[in-house]
Design a protein around this ligand. Structure first.
Ligand SMILES: [Zn+2]
Length: 458
């Protein structure tokens, strides 16, 4: 394992030199572009096979993590002594240990989807347990039971030919009843609802109402599909021969209709329809517009909404897409919680890990602002590079810090007033601050020159 990591290190160090050249403090590329370059050229290499070496000893990982950190630091132009957590925050790139959790979980999700749960390595199983995740109800990548050209699904979307904006609910209602008078068999209405409280679905067959509460991370698309799937399961034990399933989700209907290119959940629906066909039960899907006072629709809508709040029985299905979204949110939360616990200068002016607003400035200005925000500049931290004692403010005699320069120093007071510099650091250099104001102030103090904030120690 060590040899493998060393090989990665050797291969990527040449690429790191490219970033080094392009990250010049005055004529270099902008941070955003350099970070993209790093991700494409270096990080991709460092993370190749991360699913496996995640279990490697921390010592081994210590050979590759610094490369990631150096590249990000060069990309944003931070001073050499900058805390690594601040570098991640400015570049909006999480630490690799969080990235590795994400990669491992996504890997496990893919294995589960492809019916290969058995292949999930033990160390990844532990991560799944640690974060209380459950992939067991994921809808699998199932093979279509019938070839796509022989799959005939009956779908009626003729009501969608009337534009919703131009058609009144009353007209829709009449059109719906016309359509319905030509249908035979049992009618089933399905609907889904998603709110802050949760996700719910309802299936209405005659007077029988079935509701389920779904996992919170289900998208509305998944929920509408699960509602249809649940209806199809109920039909299995029902006695009719013909069924009409009404749904207001055009996107689901489209996915079922396209039998050549479907996603996992649509394939599961198609297979269930095939299964029912073999039981001599015929299904027709009909699109109906929502909120047009169609009784069955309204009832399904009300009960789906109720189910989001209720203790309705749980239907634990979800899809790989929902799972991946959930993993994204989870790993961002891990980073956010990690960030709030940091004690560094940047943390004082930034509470979260949200990306910094992009501003149109030169590379040089971008670097000056970044260094002020991180609180590490040549002027204040240059002594660390030469093993000297901390620099003192020539006027006040206190240790020189960015905070002192921008908010406290007596000798700058007049210029601060002249440039309308706010009194706290958050307003001066926080996420909502304007680079122009601070730059003109620095110019007046003769501080934006080389060898003060920006320097050769990049
Ligand atoms: Zn001072």
């Amino acid at each position: 394992m060590d040899t493998y990591l060393k090989l990665i290190k050797k291969e990527t160090s040449q690429r790191t030199n490219i970033i080094k050249i392009l990250a010049h403090t005055t004529w270099g590329f902008k941070s955003k572009l350099l970070i993209q370059l790093h991700k494409a050229l270096i990080r991709s290499k460092l993370e190749y096979g991360a699913e496996v070496y995640l279990s490697a000893k921390t010592r081994a990982l210590k050979t590759i993590d610094p490369m990631h950190n150096t590249c990000l630091r060069l990309a944003i132009g931070a001073f050499k002594s900058s805390p690594v957590e601040s570098i991640y925050n400015i570049s909006s790139e999480p630490p690799l240990w969080i990235r590795r959790i994400k990669i491992a979980l996504n890997f496990a999700a893919r294995l589960t989807r492809n019916n290969n749960e058995k292949l999930i390595p033990e160390h990844i199983k532990q991560i799944i347990t640690k974060f209380e995740l459950d992939f067991s109800n994921m809808i699998k990548n199932s093979i279509k039971q019938a070839p796509p050209w022989s799959t005939k699904i009956y779908i009626t979307v003729e009501l969608s030919e009337n534009k919703k904006k131009e058609t009144s609910p009353e007209i829709f209602k009449n059109l719906f009843h016309d359509l319905k008078s030509n249908l035979i068999g049992q009618d089933i209405y399905t609907d889904a609802s998603k709110s802050e409280q949760g996700v719910g679905i309802a299936i209405i067959i005659d007077t029988k109402i079935t509701t389920y509460k779904l996992q919170k991370n289900c998208s509305i698309y998944t929920a509408e599909a699960i509602a249809i799937l649940s209806a199809l399961k109920l039909i299995e034990n029902d006695t009719h021969q013909y069924y009409n399933i009404f749904t207001d989700s055009l996107s689901i209907i489209n996915s079922i209709q396209n039998t050549f290119h479907t996603n996992d959940i649509a394939t599961t629906i198609i297979n269930q329809v095939e299964k029912l066909k073999n039981l001599n039960k015929n299904i027709k899907f009909i699109w109906t517009p929502g909120h047009c006072k169609i009784n069955g629709n309204e009832l399904a809508d009300q009960h789906a909404k109720k189910a989001t709040l209720s203790e309705a029985p749980k239907q634990k299905y979800n899809t790989i897409i929902d799972t991946k979204n959930h993993i994204n949110i989870l790993t961002r939360n891990i980073w956010q919680n990690h960030w709030v616990n940091q004690k560094n200068k940047l943390r004082e002016i930034k509470q979260n890990i949200n990306p910094w607003p992009q501003t149109k400035t030169t590379r040089k200005t971008e670097i000056i602002i970044t260094r002020l925000r991180i609180g590490h500049t040549l002027l204040t931290h240059g002594h660390l590079m030469n093993n000297q004692t901390p620099t003192e403010c020539p006027s006040c005699g206190t240790t020189l810090t960015v905070k002192h320069l921008l908010t406290e120093c007596r000798s700058n007071e007049e210029e601060r007033k002249k440039h309308n510099i706010p009194s706290n650091l958050y307003e001066i250099i926080g996420p909502d601050s304007l680079p122009e104001t601070i730059l003109s102030f620095l110019k007046a103090l003769n501080l934006e020159k080389k060898h003060t904030i920006i320097n050769t120690y990049i």
